[in-house]
Design a protein around this ligand. Sequence first.
Ligand code: TNX
Length: 508
Amino acid sequence: MKSLIHYCMGMLVFGLSAQDISLEKGLIPIPVSLEKKKGEFKVTPASIIYFEEASLKKNAEYLAEYLQELTGIKLSIQNNSEQINQGIVLKLSEEIKEEEGYVLDVTSKRLILKAKTQEGIFRGLQTVFQLLPEKLETAKSKAIWAIPAVHIQDYPAYVYRGSMLDVSRHFFDVETVKRYIDHLAFYKLNTLHLHLSDDQGWRIEIKSWPKLTEIGAASQVGEGDGGFYTQEDYKEIVRYAQERFITVVPEIDMPGHTNAALTSYPELNCDGKATEAYRGTKVGFSSLCIDKEITYTFVEDVIREITAITTGPYFHIGGDESLSTEEEDYITFVNRVQKLVYQYGKTPIGWDEIQHAEIKPTTIVQFWGKKENAIEAAKKEAKLIMSPSTRAYMDMKYDSLTKLGLNWAGYINLEKAYHWDPNSFLDGVREKDILGVEAPLWTETIETFKDIQYMVFPRLLGYAEISWSPSARRDWKNYQKRLAQHYRFLTAQQINFYESDEVPFPRK
Ligand code: TNX
């Protein structure tokens, strides 16, 4: 009897999956290659998740927890190094050459996910999640979750695939940042850049300079009390991100965008007087005092304390819009700070203006505004992160009707956000100059997680695809359709997203 019920349910699920999951259409980012096969693999409460090496235990648990969260049913996991011909198998394999690459083989008997690294397995699991129906049957007696039979080979186009969250203009607590990290993970992004300081607020505890958070964290744009991360909070964010193979890039923006520090410590100002807290949205009015030695003691302390609790290889020094710093002073400052970052064992990243200084070929330049800066940086052999404000700024309004956001870089609808190629975006910047792509979310107008989601979804999916999928696989028309299919995940996850008319979303 039971097997009859299973059989009927199976038919039902199969019937659903046949029209619901037209494979490629729902997958974002689109895989490098995908071959549909006959049949489907049925996950049931009795399915076992086998992992062949102990190092894959976390990935096996992650898969089990993901399913448990959706269904309440926990599959068992098992370390087993023998050849397994049934069930779900996670396996490290030398055959796969790309660090984050994976191969997924689904037949009616077995789902096997192979990768060179744990990271690759984690990326592949996101594909598995997107192949599952968005709503899973949760009654234990009926639970069968079907995954269509398929052979997928996949790896990323760029090693750096990120998003920036500005926690300075408005502060977002640890829980919110974790939810943001979950969103990034689902789309195979691997970097979270946190903009931790700006004129409006200093957001990370520095033990040797306690007033930065006693005074400098109390403000934000408009109303509200601001806030900050203790070093323990920050470590928790780094740990949570790391579990998802996401690197946190901390940014301390300097020498401009430093009013919060200048309010906290009078001695950092050239005239020795503390500035007033700032809750507006103007840019370019503040500067650390370039000629004072204490400035460099301060910067070194900050770099030392933050790098000590940052596991990733980068430290972002900002360097944008230092409009009240003389050019010569700016260069002196960036040269010194660049050296400090290397001294503490990290690779510096800076906004594109830093190319005016004597940057090393290993220093990374984040292009946002001036193409001449990007071209010069490439000439100096520095690698670029592509974040063109006219395409990749998620704080830009979608169109004139968008309530949140700004429009100084223009409106960015979904097509504009998706339909560009980093490798040919700037004459003079070639593929080999590019480390990756990052989509920043500045938060002058963004106050809540719902606001974040509205500006990010669905544009973020486009950036994820640009940074993961090869350009030959990217196509706006096909993407529109897949995005419409993907609607099922956006709604199932209760994401507050922008229902653009550019996409044939199913109407409720
Ligand atoms: C420019 S882009 C800035 C930020 C603002 C943003 C608003 C860049 C490196 N600096 O300070 O928040 O515009 O869109």
